[in-house]
Design a protein around this ligand. Structure first.
Ligand code: CDV
Length: 315
């Protein structure tokens, strides 16, 4: 093991609920407050939730595309978000956050659930587009609320990349991705040392309400297992609390490569937690129990990457 620690001080900036009527500027103001607080405690990187600029809009069925597109950003940064980028540049702090992205690619209009890492010069240094989109395509009126990510977004097209940033190897994923071991293993195989992600997880899961009391448990179970099995730090950040009529879990946390939670939010409101993450500690796992070169047996894992038998209808 190397004797020299390689520390990145990371802040996880949980957001409380964002009301349907709340403006981007109001959300940005709250994020700037948290960012300033993070800088005052010497953080180099602050992580915000999935879809951090608006309410979690996939919980409603909207008939008109124009109503849906109001929640999307056609430029990043744009006028309302620019103050966040300016503040980060002024404070010399990096950040990660999620937003709904509307882009034209090869003449086609596309909608993604996206996250970016912005460096301490206020430049977008890395982008991820959510791959595991949960929920359903049609309006299902029996539900207490909708989860229309499969209707409003298409599957991300950037893969699970690992980026050399902040003197480490950093990857991203978003919310539902965290439940899939493949998400982290693909980044683990690239030697990831820190994965940052945001989530909006309702307490109530309409297809299996008997699991509602397990939501917080399943959140940490997935994250702690992923950290340990890939020897990586994970920073997972909630949008929490009662957003309109939907209760979102909190549980924002920073997890060590051993799978231990080293910091955890206690409220369901705007709240900041910090940890000094020594990226050298990844070796404790990556060079031992999960030394992939020595112990992985991929020739016996081929089923995992075989095409699915049946694809759901393409919206
Ligand atoms: N935003 C999400 O991806 N939420 C899902 C819910 C629907 C289960 C999650 O995995 O937390």
């Amino acid at each position: 093991n190397s004797l020299m620690p390689r520390i990145i001080k990371v802040a996880a900036a949980q957001l409380g609920p964002i009301a349907l009527a709340e403006t981007r500027s109001s959300a940005v103001k709250r994020m700037i407050n948290l960012m300033q607080n993070a800088k005052a405690q010497d953080a180099e990187l602050v992580v915000f939730p999935e879809l951090a600029l608006t309410t979690f809009f996939p919980r409603w069925y909207f008939e008109e595309q124009s109503q849906i597109d109001k929640f999307f950003e056609t430029e990043m940064p744009n006028k309302q978000i620019q103050p966040l980028f300016d503040e980060a540049r002024k404070l010399k702090i990096g950040f990660n956050f999620g937003f709904a992205e509307l882009v034209e690619e090869d003449g086609v209009t596309r909608h993604f659930n996206t996250a970016v890492i912005v460096n301490d010069r206020g430049e977008i240094a890395a982008k991820y587009r959510k791959i595991h989109l949960p929920g359903h395509i049609e309006n299902e009126t029996w539900r207490a609320f909708q989860h229309l990510e499969k209707r409003y977004f298409e599957k991300g097209n950037l893969g699970f990349q690992v980026h050399k940033l902040f003197s480490g190897k950093i990857g991203m994923c978003i919310c539902n991705d965290r439940r899939w071991p493949e998400t982290f293993r693909v980044m683990g195989l690239q030697g990831v040392e820190l994965v940052v992600l945001g989530y909006n997880t309702p307490k109530h899961y309409p297809p299996a309400p008997e699991h509602d009391h397990l939501q917080e448990f399943h959140n940490h179970l997935s994250l702690q297992a992923a950290a340990y099995q890939n020897g990586t730090w994970i920073v997972a950040v909630a949008k929490a609390g009662k957003e309109e009529d939907c209760e979102l879990i909190g549980g924002t946390c920073i997890i060590a490569p051993t799978g231990e939670i080293v910091a955890e939010c206690k409220t369901l409101a705007d709240e900041l937690i910090l940890a000094e993450c020594d990226l050298e500690r990844c070796k404790e796992i990556q060079e031992n129990i999960f030394n992939f070169d020595l112990h992985r047996q991929p020739e016996d894992y081929s089923l995992i990457t075989e095409a699915k038998k049946e694809s759901p209808p393409n919206h």
